[in-house]
Ligand binder design. Structure first.
Ligand code: UD1
Length: 432
């Protein structure tokens, strides 16, 4: 296992380009199973989750090549329908194979994912959608078998207690594009990553109306063709670098930060006193703002509202704001595992149910901390960048699921971040 050692207090300066979005790349890779022809994805981030998705595609019989950095070519002449538990339990997002398997093979046999550290993460809406299409489902020994032989499309409302479902929407679209008849999805997720999936499918020959809106109308076609597609840039990675810049001194230009995809984030970033300019549709310039940050109240909700995937990082930033901020987490009410670790660094954050109250401004101090999930890892690293002294972040494998070479890229901006083997960490500092 690896750890990060961070010496806080360095200003960040320079330029960083964000990669393709993990949350688009995973369903886009799954969507390549919908055609026998070759699909080429560009701007694919080099992440452990992406490498794992490639392994899963190979398991399903696809030929996958990576001819150049960021390029993945998939040819799925034949596909088999069984996705074993060993694969699904390693990466929950493997459930995004369900739609492509149903679309292409008219059947799927996939292990049901469990919860994860950020919540219970049910898939009831995915299954409701498939049953409205006319699929029959049986559950056995932790697996779901779907038979879509008689599926003819239909109308489905995909809203749940926390709004729509991102992967559920992509799954249903991917199933419906090759299902005869018309499928209408009401309360479809509008996240840019879902739109990117719909854009690629349309270019493969799918008939999808309403892209980017809450109602999608899909007319099934007989087959899809191969395509070359560039993965949309990662708005969460862009937001994370923007927060890093605001927390530290200095000035960073973040390329690939699409203001159109970051509306709610930029609104709160501005309200919190962050000093930034939108240089063009794809570029932000952010200056160190620590002494001027103000408290704000944030509620996470589905896109276009504030994304839950930037909540932990924003929480880290708000520890530097003078006064009380509140965070209400409406997507994953228990997603506050970063809070006790930030408190170990001197933050004053109280959690009560789905709400956190952050009282600042805190002069954070370095400490050994433990990452619990992907975005929590990023939040702890951001805190480490501005903390007095040395911060050790353990369980960095969570970070590597979603941030490509985060350590090297922060170091290139002037941060002191080193990736070390866990054995290099003094034994008395280790949490395990
Ligand atoms: C995706 C993202 C994840 C992000 C999340 C919310 C990927 C690979 N992951 O996860 O990074 O945090 O969106 O923006 O794209 N729900 C149900 N029933 C369902 C499905 C979901 O009740 O069948 C609930 C969930 O418990 C949660 C909410 O709906 O409260 C949103 O979940 P969903 O949008 O499905 O998240 P994911 O697609 O798993």
């Amino acid at each position: 296992m690896e750890v990060f050692r961070i010496q806080g207090g360095r200003a960040l300066n320079g330029e960083v380009r964000v990669n393709g979005a993990k949350n688009a790349a995973l369903p886009l890779l799954a969507a390549t199973l919908l055609t026998r022809e070759t699909c080429v994805l560009r701007n694919v981030p080099d992440l452990s989750d992406v490498r794992f998705m490639i392994e899963i595609l190979r398991h399903h019989g696809a030929r996958v090549e990576t001819p150049a950095p960021g390029v993945v070519s998939v040819t799925a002449e034949s596909v088999h329908p069984h996705t074993p538990y060993e694969l699904v339990k390693k990466m929950r997002a493997s459930i995004c194979l369900l739609g492509p398997l149903v679309g292409r093979l008219k059947m799927a046999d996939i292990a049901q994912p469990g919860g994860c550290v950020i919540g219970t993460r049910p898939i009831d809406l995915h299954l409701k959608g498939l049953s409205r299409l006319g699929c029959t489902m049986t559950q056995h020994a932790g697996y779901i078998t779907v038979d879509a032989t008689n599926a003819r499309g239909g109308r489905v409302f995909l809203g749940g207690p926390s709004g729509s479902t991102v992967t559920g929407t992509s799954n249903l679209v991917m199933a419906a594009v090759l299902t005869p008849g018309v499928t209408v999805i009401d309360c479809a997720a509008c996240e840019p990553e879902v739109v990117d999936v719909c854009v690629m499918l349309s270019r493969m020959g799918a008939k999808i109306e309403g892209l980017g809106g809450p109602t999608l109308r899909i007319t099934g076609v007989e087959s899809l063709r191969g395509v070359t597609h560039e993965v949309v840039s990662d708005r969460i990675e862009a937001g994370t670098y923007a927060i890093a810049a605001a927390m530290s001194g200095g000035e960073i230009v973040v390329r690939g930060a699409k203001a159109d995809h970051l509306g709610a984030f930029l609104d709160k970033f501005e309200e919190a006193g962050a000093d930034f300019d939108i240089l063009d549709a794809d570029t932000l310039r952010v200056r160190g703002s620590a002494g001027r940050l103000k408290p704000v109240d944030i509620t996470t909700l589905p896109h276009p509202s504030f994304p839950t995937d930037l909540q932990a990082q924003f929480t880290a930033m708000l520890t530097l704001a003078g006064g009380a901020s509140t965070i209400t987490e409406r997507i994953y009410p228990n997603r506050f595992m970063h809070v006790p670790e930030l408190n170990r660094m001197g933050a004053n954050i109280a959690v009560e149910g789905p709400c956190a109250v952050i009282r600042g401004a805190t002069a954070l101090s370095g400490a050994p901390v433990m990452a619990s999930d992907l975005r929590a890892s990023a939040a702890l690293i951001l805190a480490g960048l501005v903390a007095r002294g040395e911060t050790w972040v353990q369980r960095i494998y969570h970070l590597d699921r979603g941030y490509e070479r985060f350590d090297e890229r922060l170091a290139a901006l002037g941060a002191s971040v080193e990736r070390l083997r866990q054995s290099a960490m003094p034994a008395d500092l280790r949490g395990e």
